[in-house]
Design a protein around this ligand. Structure first.
Ligand code: PMP
Length: 410
């Protein structure tokens, strides 16, 4: 069984000096019992908690770990820049190189701006769209996550109705609901915000249909509004040039973060030429937004992503995990639903409204050294190995056995 004395002691200390011990999505209270709150280190696709327990990790820092912890090329580039300087009076040369790299890599991109978090990027997209169009209404999918500030936070605590006064909601992949939202916006529509795919928490994930993607493009054009693609979670895992490229739909603005610098803090907005002027007029900035180390890390990360076709590699590993889980769930007579791209799998259990089965599965797998999530989409990285997948499948057998033993495994 897991030893977690050090984790427990840190939680007790944190309770006294950090409200509720931890904030936001990384709060371990949202995970099944025995999941650690505190981590000591990571290597490749493996992490260790503060009590020394080792886990093959299928959350990958909730997305940022794309190439593996301590990827040598990324670390070398970051270290070289760190020796020169990070937070200076202005950006380093590397900012121009990185912007050139993004414009060269991302199909729709004519320019790039940099920030720190995904929320900075999505919020900047909305601001630029409103500046360019002089319109107010922004269409967002119901249940979609775009960040943690008042206009988009999933919680209404501390948020006023006015913060969301100009949002209109539609249902992802539902063209009619999008058309209705466009009608409601009338002549005041600045943007349609779409996620790369529907990755809502606790639901079966949905890839965008080609018809929906094309309708979003057409409807944005019909109002001279911007189509904003939130690539924060999926970017560089699905398709290097942009997640909607295979659908033949290009956005006007994209928000990137998470995987862009393999764990270093960076986000980016890429945009089309017609938004360049507005992007130069809005006041978006931050003390750390020009930090050169993260940009050097991003440049190195993108070189590897392009050279090694990282999305294809991660997809291959994800499919191996998915096929193995399918076979084993059948062997144990447990019905699961696997959804989302193979690189970002979501595994849900039938008849499991309270996620009790998902939690039982995850707890049993965790005890065997594999870190899954019971309701959020997971992430694979390019440093996972076939041996890691094999280890995960052995742990999954313990997970399915636990679900099966809990009785109702319909
Ligand atoms: N958009 C999406 C799709 C995300 O998944 C996230 C982060 N989970 C964000 C925006 C916000 O990013 P950050 O947490 O870096 O502010």
């Amino acid at each position: 069984d897991l030893i977690n004395a050090r984790d427990a002691a840190l939680r007790a200390r944190a309770e006294k000096v950090v409200p509720s011990g931890m904030w936001g999505h990384l709060h371990a209270v949202k995970l099944p019992e025995a999941y650690p709150q505190f981590f000591a280190r990571g290597e490749g696709g493996v992490v260790w908690d503060v009590d020394g327990n080792r886990y093959v990790d299928f959350m990958c820092s909730w997305g940022p770990n794309l190439l593996g912890h301590h990827h040598p090329e990324v670390e070398e580039a970051a270290e070289r820049q760190r020796r020169l300087g990070d937070c200076l009076n202005g950006p380093g040369e590397v900012m121009v190189e990185l912007a050139e790299m993004l414009v060269d890599t991302i199909a729709h991109a004519d320019w790039a701006l940099f920030q720190k978090n995904g929320t900075d990027a999505t919020t900047t997209c909305v601001t630029v769209a409103r500046a360019a169009t002089a319109k107010r209404k922004v269409l967002v999918a119901k249940g979609a996550y775009h960040g943690a500030v008042p206009w988009c936070s999933p919680s209404l605590v501390g948020v006023t109705a006015e913060d969301r006064a100009h949002l209109i909601y539609y249902i992802f992949n539902d063209i009619e609901s999008l058309e209705n939202a466009v009608k409601e916006a009338g002549d005041d529509m600045a943007a349609i915000v779409v996620s790369a795919y529907r990755h809502d928490l606790g639901f079966d994930q949905e890839l965008p249909t080609e018809d929906f993607a094309k309708a979003a493009r057409r409807l944005a054009d019909s109002k001279n509004a911007a189509l904003i693609l939130d690539e924060v979670r999926a970017g560089f895992r699905l398709y290097t040039a942009g997640s909607w490229e295979p659908l033949g739909v290009r956005p006007d603005l994209s928000a990137w973060s998470k995987a862009i610098a393999n764990g270093y803090a960076l986000s980016a907005v890429t945009g089309s030429d017609w938004l360049r002027k507005a992007a130069s007029q809005v006041f978006v900035t931050g003390s750390f937004w020009a930090g050169a180390v993260a940009m050097a890390a991003a440049l190195a990360t993108l070189k590897v992503v392009r050279r090694d076709d990282v999305p294809a590699k991660v997809s291959y590993l994800g499919q191996m995990l998915r096929d193995g889980l399918e076979t084993r769930s059948r062997q144990f007579g447990v019905s699961i639903r696997q959804s989302g791209p193979a690189q970002m799998p979501t595994v849900l259990f039938d008849d499991d409204a309270d996620f009790a089965k998902g939690s039982a599965f995850c707890r049993a797998a965790l005890a065997k050294g594999v870190y899954f999530h019971p309701k959020h989409n997971m992430f694979l990285c390019a440093s996972h190995t076939e041996a890691d997948i094999a280890e995960a499948l052995v742990a999954a057998e313990h997970g399915f056995a636990a679900v099966s033993a809990s009785g109702d495994s319909s």
